[in-house]
Design a protein around this ligand. Structure first.
Ligand SMILES: O=C(O)C(=O)C[C@]1(C(=O)O)C=C[C@@H](O)C=C1
Length: 325
């Protein structure tokens, strides 16, 4: 099946259809997220880790990768944030998926048989209280995704788990049955996913955009964090997420993963990023893309593209015409 590359996020792909790698196997929440944007004929490549899904794009094996980046209960997905910080990839769109879990077992399993429960650590963190109440003393067996726990449980091999906390679609896919449905400690939990590609044309600005950057602060410099934040506040740029990650060069060295409300083609965002680049040892641009919630950035008086344009006109008249007012 041939796809029109034009309205698909990110640079054109070699075609005829787009190849998308994702945190697999089939039946993960990540697969559910990718169908929000993937065309019907997309070729899917399930991978066993976020790192492998992203690497497939770096090597050209896939045109895009879809990976989880943030959960409303458990916070950032470090594997994704760290892998993206290695550079070479950009985010081209985001998706949000409401998350609740099925408690899946092999047909015939009794409640008292369940001693070991397999699932992804992020899923476990979202169901910890429920498990404590319903299966006190049960042990968490971490798996590479929620669907991999279901696949393991449904497989013929003699496995050590008796239940999996997974997406409802995995229950049927792997021949299991749901002992409980809609399991979650917090109603309304959502996970945010991103689609990434090799860098190319930046998705056009819509007025409701996000820009993701990774910034390293100078080591042992008093006020370095404040200086970094001032680059944003001085230009009226709002942040929707900021997380510190170890820089990897020993204790005390940190990098910040930041989502900015705005598009890199907006003057106030450009000015903030230029300010960051001047004052921080490392700045990585990880993409500008439309916000899935459609929330438009509030533009403070004096920070619109028009305000920057008038200010530059004035400066040019000072520089090139010698004007003094
Ligand atoms: O394991 C999956 O099904 C995933 O898509 C991963 C993931 C995550 O990394 O947060 C996605 C959504 C849920 O929050 C639990 C797990």
């Amino acid at each position: 099946m041939t796809q029109e590359p034009t309205n698909f996020p990110g640079p054109p792909f070699a075609g005829p259809e787009v190849t998308i790698s994702f945190l697999g196997p089939f039946g993960t929440f990540t697969e559910q997220a990718l169908w929000q944007v993937a065309p019907a004929g997309a070729k899917l490549q399930p991978k066993t880790s976020v790192g492998q899904a992203l690497e497939a794009v770096r090597t050209g094996e896939a045109d895009r990768a879809v990976v989880p980046i943030e959960n409303s209960i458990e916070g950032g997905v470090n594997a994704t944030i760290d892998a993206l910080s290695q550079g070479g990839l950009v985010i081209v769109c985001e998706m949000i998926v409401p998350v609740s879990f099925s408690f899946a077992v092999r047909p015939g399993t009794r409640k008292e048989d369940v001693k070991f429960i397999g699932t992804h650590p992020h899923a476990w963190a979202q169901c910890r209280g429920w498990v404590e109440e319903n299966f006190p003393g049960a042990v968490h067996v971490p798996t590479t995704s929620t669907a991999s726990a279901a696949e393991l449980l449904g497989g013929t091999a003699d496995v050590s788990i008796q239940a999996a906390l997974c997406n409802a679609v995995s229950v049927e896919r792997y021949g299991l049955e749901a002992m409980y449905q809609d399991v979650a400690d917090n109603r309304g939990a959502v996970t945010r996913f991103v689609m990434v590609s090799l860098p190319g044309a930046i998705p056009p600005k819509t007025g409701a955009d996000k820009t993701t950057v990774q910034v390293k602060l100078p080591d042992d410099e008093a006020g370095a964090l404040l200086t970094m934040l001032e680059q944003f506040s001085a230009r009226g740029v709002n942040l929707s997420r900021i997380e510190s990650r170890p820089g990897g060069d020993g204790l005390g060295s940190y990098a910040f993963s930041i989502d900015i409300a705005g598009h890199v083609q907006e003057e106030r965002v450009k000015a903030a990023l230029v300010g960051l680049y001047r004052t921080c040892p490392e700045v990585k641009f990880l993409g500008s893309y439309p916000r899935v919630d459609g929330v438009r950035a509030q533009v403070r008086p004096g920070t619109s593209d028009d305000d920057f344009g008038r200010a530059w006109e004035w400066m040019n008249s000072v520089l090139f015409e010698g004007k003094a007012d």
